[in-house]
Design a protein around this ligand. Structure first.
Ligand code: FES
Length: 125
């Protein structure tokens, strides 16, 4: 990490750290973030979000939290989601329609195998 250049940046780091701590405290092993910016929603992100929540329920997975974010800036590949498992590199997936959302949960979350054809980014930008 480079030098902190503004108060805003510092607050962001604090916020991110608090989030991580909270995640650990709640005993979650990971988090799925669904980008719900305007173009995400236009591309069907609400259906994606529903499919994620339903699939996790069906499979009785309760150690993964699901949150929404604003736009991730990846218009061309919306809907996008980010999968973060504690201790692993965050993976951003694109074109996540409900069917692909189920695939990602069964493969990445349950079996620990990345879904290579849907990955748009590994790690943070
Ligand atoms: S405007 Fe947000 S990803 Fe396109």
């Amino acid at each position: 990490m480079g030098k902190i250049k503004s108060l805003e940046e510092l607050m962001k780091i604090k916020e991110d750290t608090l989030k991580k701590v909270k995640m650990r405290e709640e005993g979650k092993r990971g988090k799925i973030t669904v980008a719900m910016g305007t173009c995400g929603i236009a591309a069907g992100a609400k259906d994606t979000l529903n499919a994620i929540v339903e699939t996790l329920n069906e499979l009785n997975i309760d150690d993964i939290s699901v949150v929404q974010s604003g736009c991730m800036g990846l218009c061309e590949v919306e809907p996008t989601i980010k999968v973060e498992i504690n201790g692993e590199v965050p993976i951003t997936y694109g074109h996540v329609n409900p069917e692909n959302a189920r695939r990602i949960i069964k493969s990445h979350i349950v079996a620990g195998e990345l879904v290579g054809d849907l990955i748009v980014k590994k790690g943070e930008e």
